[in-house]
Write a protein that binds this ligand. Structure first.
Ligand code: TPP
Length: 320
C-alpha cells in the first residue's frame, strides 16, 4: 500500500498515530508539498515529492485511468461500509439523547451549518469531538483551527478575524464581495469551550465606532476544562483537588458577561433547541453567543460508549 500525504501534517493525533503504525508495517508514505518542505514530525515519509498537489493528483488519475494499475474498488467499498456502520452506530447512541452532550453538539452543529459557512474549532475537546463525531456531508463547512502549540488562547479573536473576511464593510473584503448587503456573505461560527472563551474574552471588547464582524460563538459550558476528565488523574485524585488543580471551573456568569460586552446570547439546554437558536444567532448582525449547558458528568462515559459502539459496528461490517 502507498499513502499519499498532501500538504501539512495532520491536525489529528489519531490519524497521525495510524500513519506511524501503517509505516511500521511497511506502507510507503509519500509526502507531497508544493515547496518540497519536509513537514514530517513522525518521520514516516519514504519520499518527499515537490509538486502542486492538484496537478499531481490529476496526473496520477490519468495514469490510473489508462489502466496501468487497477483502482482498488474493494478497498473503497470496505472504507464506505465501515464509514456507514460507524455513522449509524454514532446515531444509535446519540439520536435518543435530548440532553446536551459534547459529542451531540459537535455532530449536531456540523450538520446544521449552512453550506459555505466556516467553522473555527477551538483546541481541547471541540477539535476532537468534531473530528470524531461530525458526519461528512455535501456542502460541509470549511473547518479551521489554530495549530502551533495547540493553545486555547486567541480563539475568540481568531473567529472574529475569520468572520471579518466575510463581513461587508470590512476593508479586508475581496473586491468581488457586494458591500451593499449588511449580513455576512458566508456565516462564520466558532465552537469553543468555556475556558477558551474566558481566556480571550477581551476579544469581544469592541470600539464604539467599529462594526462587529458577523459571527456566532457556540460555547460549550461544561464547567472548566472537560478534557482533563480523560486523564488518569481524574480517577485517582480527590474530587476537589482534581477540580482545583486540573478542571479549574470558573466563577463567571458567561451569559451576563457576554451581554455586558454587547453580544446577543441564546442559551441551549436541550439538543432540540440548538437548531432554532443557531438560526436566530446566524441571522443576527454582529457577534452573538449560543451558550450550551452540558453536564460534565457523563461525558467520558458517553465517549467510551460511542467508541465501543463504533468499533463493534465496524468489526461487524468488515467481517468477511
Ligand atoms: C494558552 C493555554 N493555556 C493552557 C492550556 C492547557 N489546556 C489545554 S486544554 C485546557 C482546557 C480547555 O478548556 P475549555 O476551553 O473549556 O475546553 P474543554 O476542555 O472543556 O473542551 C487547558 C487549560 C492551553 N492549551 N493553552
Amino acid at each position: 500500500d502507498v499513502v499519499l500525504h498532501l500538504g501539512a501534517p495532520h491536525a489529528s493525533k489519531v490519524l497521525g498515530q495510524w500513519c506511524v503504525e501503517t509505516a511500521r508495517r511497511g506502507t510507503v508514505h509519500v509526502l507531497v508539498d508544493p515547496f518540497g518542505r519536509v513537514q514530517d514530525p513522525d518521520r514516516v515519509a519514504a519520499l518527499v515529492v515537490r509538486a502542486d498537489p492538484g496537478e499531481l493528483c490529476a496526473a496520477l488519475l490519468s495514469r490510473l485511468a489508462a489502466g496501468r494499475r487497477a483502482v482498488a474498488g474493494d478497498w473503497l467499498a470496505s472504507w464506505e461500509a465501515a464509514d456507514h456502520a460507524a455513522q449509524t452506530a454514532i446515531d444509535g447512541v446519540l439520536s435518543d439523547l435530548d440532553a446536551c452532550s459534547e459529542p451531540g453538539i459537535a455532530r449536531g452543529l456540523f450538520a446544521l451549518l449552512p453550506d459555505d459557512s466556516t467553522l473555527v474549532v477551538s483546541s481541547s475537546m471541540p477539535i476532537r469531538d468534531v473530528e470524531w463525531y461530525a458526519r461528512p456531508r455535501p456542502g460541509a463547512a470549511r473547518v479551521l483551527a489554530n495549530r502551533g502549540a495547540n493553545g486555547i488562547d486567541g480563539v475568540v479573536s481568531t473567529v472574529l478575524g475569520v468572520a471579518a473576511t466575510t463581513t461587508p464593510s470590512f476593508a479586508a473584503l475581496p473586491d468581488h464581495v457586494d458591500r451593499s448587503t449588511t449580513q455576512a456573505v458566508q456565516p462564520t461560527v466558532g465552537l469553543l469551550g468555556d475556558l477558551a472563551l474566558l481566556h480571550d474574552l477581551s476579544g469581544l471588547v469592541w470600539g464604539r465606532a467599529e462594526k462587529r464582524p458577523d459571527a456566532t460563538l457556540v460555547v460549550v459550558d461544561n464547567g472548566g476544562g472537560g478534557i482533563f476528565d480523560f486523564l488518569p488523574y481524574a480517577a485517582t485524585l480527590d474530587t476537589q483537588q482534581f477540580a482545583r488543580g486540573f478542571r479549574t471551573p470558573q466563577a463567571v456568569d458567561i451569559a451576563g458577561i457576554a451581554r455586558a460586552l454587547g453580544c446577543g446570547v441564546r442559551e441551549v439546554t436541550a439538543m432540540s433547541e440548538l437548531a432554532d437558536h443557531l438560526a436566530e444567532s446566524l441571522a443576527e448582525p454582529g457577534t452573538s453567543l449560543v451558550l450550551v449547558h452540558v453536564s460534565a458528568q457523563a461525558n467520558v462515559a458517553l465517549h467510551d460508549e460511542i467508541h465501543a459502539a463504533v468499533a463493534a459496528a465496524v468489526d461487524r461490517a468488515l467481517r468477511p
